[in-house]
Structure formats: structure tokens, C-alpha cells
Design a binder for this molecule. Structure first.
Ligand code: NAP
Length: 473
């Protein structure tokens, strides 16, 4: 008998999605919505909890952004969907296991590390990546045990001018009481209550016109109770190159400049806490007092057009020392390589052509392997950007199975992955486990007057998962 077509009702397409952040869910959604296709999606995450940066990255005082999980809940309600939490690719399962059990693999692994600046003193105590701080206040198991000297620092430098830099600054200066009802980790809230931080300096290496943050985010800082946003009139001015360049930029860049110039007109303010926006300053060295950071040396820059006309900073040889007791580098995220998965070390992404994974050495297609999200295009864009990005990859996946046939699946095919994990002693979290854990966290939160009380260690999560399982079996 002829083999059924791959993706038909007789022979569903089996897809493994590695990662469970926004890009993973948008890929699952595009697969489920594909015309006439019959798809089964198994989604894996190394953590017992899904949602990637929506849980571990989006700031706790941005609950509206986090409400996007309602969309993901609908996607996971599809009967072809399964979740395997607490399963790490490269530790519990290998790419070859996925190849043995699925027709296609989608990497939705994001960018789990941070970009290095490559300047002296980056390893000093008190110099942290924003990735660490964001993970810490969000209760991410990897970062919960970190320590930040909030109780002794008065002045903090945040390097970078993106939305992550703004998130970090806002959490540092916002009144802790305003965070109390969110899902911020309890330990983070108590340390923020004991914080002595008075000033956060945002260090931009280019000018106000090139700031990467969104107008809404910088405006939100200025709207905070008890906080001034301070910009010097000098640094708010545009040089000639930026003024011309800005004419062709999106409205958001113009709004940033208008806002920063207005803010410059407001002067220093008299609030207890302030965020000072500095422009055209590039950190060249972090200085230490013993092993701890005590200063940032910055070099003033001026902008020159590169070959495409984009203003780029160039040092002027004029330096300034800024006294700081804490530094957060918010200069962008970076992917980490996974055993058996091609990796472009220069860009920190999985090499690909419109989502089709390419061999890092010869650039040839790697059959059946695809990538979405930050692992595909690098750490840019908002949550919603991942939807068209995932659709593009899924379109290529469907093109690649068009006209293909495959042997019918064994009756117990769906049991193969759970059995393999059980054989290896991998205790995985199912969708139902997660739903109970989710309800538990929300319930605990409600009792404490907050939206959610997050569990922050994997052991703790797994214990609760087991306890909750026993209540239903
Ligand atoms: P980003 O937007 O790429 O910003 C990185 C910043 O670091 C830029 O200002 C960049 O300056 C600067 N930078 C890079 N290397 C540097 C160096 N060596 N020295 C000094 N400055 C340096 O990245 P992000 O802030 O990590 O955010 C990642 C993505 O997530 C963005 O798309 C962002 O919008 C999104 N996000 C959104 C929200 C939100 O909507 N609320 C919150 C968080 C993150 P240059 O421009 O000069 O390179």
C-alpha cells in the first residue's frame, strides 16, 4: 500500500519545538493553522515552566505585556499539543533523539547569554550583565542566588540605550511599594526595599536620535513618582549628521528626541531618585577599588557616517571618570551554542536561511531543522515581532514536506518520547502539571496580595508539581 502524505490526517507531521517562549508558541500556532495540515507539536523547555522571556524577562511591572500568555494558553489547548518541561536538549535528550522521533525540529531557544563589551574591568565585583539582574528580579532559577550590592550603592551606571537598559533603570528607581503587587521575586523586592540607590546613569554611546528605547518606555520613567529624568541641554542637542539622518527615521526616533529635549529644559529636578541620560559616552574601562567596581571611565564620542550613512561613534580622546558602585551592562543578548546544533559564533545565532538551519561550516541546508525568534535573527524586536518571523519559518517547513510521503505511525508512537524520558530518569512536566503549578502560584500570590508568587528553584517547582499530581491521581 502506498505511504500516506506527510501532514495528512493518516500521517500527521510530528514537530519538536525546543524552547517555549513567544517564538515557540507562534511557530506552534502557524503549524496548527496551516491549511489542510495535520500537525502534532511537542514543545520542550529546560525549565519546568513555559513562556521564556515573558516569564523571565518582561519586567514585573509590565503585567499588561505578560498577558500575552492568554494567547499561548489557547495555542497549547490544541489537541495536537504537548509540553515537556524540565527537559534540556544537550543534557536529557540529544538532537539525534529528536531526529528519531520527529519529522522536523524547530529551535526556539532564544539568546540566553549577554554580549560582552571587551573592556578592562568587566570582571570586577559589582559589574553585572542586565541579563543577570533581569533574571534575578524575575525569579529565574539560574539567577536567583546572585547578589547585587543594592544596599551600599548610591550611583549605578547602566550601559546601553535599549529597552532592557530602561527596564533595569526603572526597577532600580521605582518605589518598591509599587512593585509589591506584581510577580517580582520576593527576595528581589526585599532587597530593593533596602536599596540605597539614588542615581542611575544611562550611558548611550551614540546620541539621542540613535537611542534604541521606545518613546513609551522612556516616558514611563519620567512619569514615575519620586523620580526625575535628567538630560543636559548640551547632550540633548543633535549634531548636524544626526539632524539630517533623523529625517528618514521612524516616528519613534523623532519622539525620543523631542522628549529628551523637553526633559533637558526641565533641569535637574528635586526628587529623591533620578535617572541621568548621558549621550555620546563609551565606557572604555571599569575601575576598581580593590576587587569591587568604583568608577567607569568613558570616552566622549562624535558621530561619523558609515558607508551606509548610519551615524557611528568615534572616540575623541576626551575622557571622564564617573564614580559608581554598581554597573549593569545592557548592551544586548547573545545565543549560546547547543551540542549538535549549528552555531554562528560571530553573530551568536543559529545560521539559517529564512529559518532553514544551515551548517555553520559549509552553509549547506541541515535537513529537517529550523529556527525561529532571537536564535534565528538575533536579539531584536518586540514580542509580536516573533509572529511573522515564525510564520516565515513555518512556510519553509511546509514547503519542504510538500509532496512527501511517510510510513504510517505505530499505534503507540505518541508514547515513545514519554517512555524514552522515563527510561532515562528524566522527570518531565506535562501541560497539565504546568497548569496546576500556574494555578498554585497565582493562588499563593493572591493570598499575599500580588498577582503571582513565583517559585524560583527547580527543586521547589518539581516538589510542588509532584504534590499537586498526587492530589489528582
Ligand atoms: P537593543 O535594543 O539592541 O539595545 C542595546 C543597546 O546597547 C543599544 O543602545 C546599543 O547602542 C548599546 N550597545 C551595544 N554595544 C555597546 C557597547 N559596546 N558600548 C555601549 N553601548 C553598547 O537591546 P536590548 O535593550 O537588550 O533589547 C533587546 C530587544 O528586546 C529590543 O528589541 C528591545 O526593544 C526588546 N525589549 C522590549 C521591551 C519592551 O517593550 N518593554 C523591554 C525589553 C526589551 P548602539 O545603538 O550604538 O549599538
Amino acid at each position: 500500500m502506498a505511504e500516506p502524505a506527510l501532514g495528512d490526517a493518516q500521517r500527521p507531521l510530528r514537530v519538536a519545538i525546543v524552547g517555549s517562549g513567544p517564538s515557540a508558541f507562534y511557530a506552534a500556532e502557524a503549524l496548527f493553522k496551516a491549511d489542510g495540515s495535520n500537525v502534532r507539536v511537542d514543545m520542550f523547555d529546560r525549565l519546568p515552566t513555559p513562556y521564556g522571556l515573558v516569564r523571565g524577562g518582561v519586567a514585573p511591572d509590565h503585567q499588561k505585556i505578560k498577558s500575552v500568555v492568554k494567547v499561548y494558553e489557547k495555542i497549547s489547548a490544541n489537541e495536537g499539543f504537548r509540553f515537556f518541561g524540565n527537559v534540556k536538549l544537550g543534557r536529557d535528550i540529544a538532537v539525534t533523539d529528536l531526529q528519531a522521533h520527529y519529522d522536523q525540529i524547530v529551535y526556539a531557544v532564544g539568546n540566553e547569554s549577554d554580549r560582552k563589551m571587551g573592556v578592562d574591568g568587566e570582571d570586577l565585583e559589582g559589574v553585572h550583565s542586565a541579563t543577570e539582574f533581569v533574571g534575578w528580579y524575575n525569579g529565574h532559577p539560574d539567577y536567583r542566588d546572585l547578589e547585587f550590592k543594592l544596599a551600599t550603592a548610591q550611583r549605578v551606571a547602566v550601559v546601553g540605550n535599549g529597552n532592557v537598559a530602561i527596564d533595569v533603570a526603572r526597577i532600580l528607581v521605582r518605589k518598591p511599594d509599587e512593585l509589591a503587587e506584581t510577580d517580582i521575586a520576593d527576595y528581589a523586592l526585599s532587597q530593593l526595599r533596602a536599596s540605597s540607590v539614588e542615581e542611575v546613569m544611562l550611558l548611550g554611546r551614540r546620541g539621542p536620535a540613535q537611542a534604541a528605547f521606545s518613546p513609551k518606555e522612556i516616558q514611563e520613567l519620567a512619569d514615575l513618582d519620586g523620580v526625575d529624568v535628567v538630560v543636559s541641554t548640551d547632550e540633548a542637542q543633535l549634531d548636524e549628521l544626526s539632524a539630517t539622518w533623523l529625517e528618514d527615521q521612524p516616528r519613534s526616533a523623532k519622539r525620543n528626541v523631542e522628549f529628551l529635549q523637553e526633559q533637558a529644559g526641565e533641569g535637574a529636578g528635586s526628587n529623591a531618585r533620578r535617572v541621568v541620560c548621558r549621550f555620546l559616552v563609551s565606557p572604555t574601562e571599569f575601575g576598581g577599588d580593590g576587587s569591587a567596581v568604583s568608577s567607569v571611565k568613558v570616552e566622549r564620542g562624535e558621530l561619523h557616517a558609515d558607508s551606509r550613512g548610519t551615524p557611528r561613534p568615534k572616540g575623541t580622546g576626551e575622557f571622564e571618570d564617573l564614580d559608581v558602585q554598581l554597573v549593569f551592562k545592557a548592551v544586548g543578548y547573545r545565543g549560546v551554542p547547543i551540542e549538535g546544533v549549528p552555531f554562528d559564533d560571530g553573530w551568536g545565532v543559529i545560521p539559517n536561511d529564512e529559518g532553514r538551519v544551515l551548517d555553520a561550516r559549509d552553509g549547506n541546508r541541515v535537513d529537517g531543522q529550523y529556527v525561529v525568534g532571537w536564535a534565528k535573527r538575533g536579539p531584536t524586536g518586540l514580542i509580536g515581532t516573533n509572529s511573522p518571523d515564525a510564520k516565515e519559518t513555518v512556510a519553509r517547513m511546509l514547503e519542504d514536506i510538500a509532496g512527501k510521503t511517510a510510513a504510517a505511525l505505530a499505534a503507540d508512537d505518541a508514547d515513545a518520547m514519554p517512555s524514552l524520558l522515563a527510561e532515562r530518569g528524566v522527570e518531565f512536566v506535562t501541560l497539565e502539571d504546568w497548569q496546576r503549578l500556574d494555578a498554585f502560584e497565582r493562588d499563593q500570590g493572591q493570598k499575599a496580595g500580588k498577582v503571582r508568587a513565583k517559585l524560583t528553584s527547580i527543586d521547589e517547582m518539581m516538589k510542588v508539581v509532584r504534590d499537586l499530581r498526587s492530589t489528582v491521581s
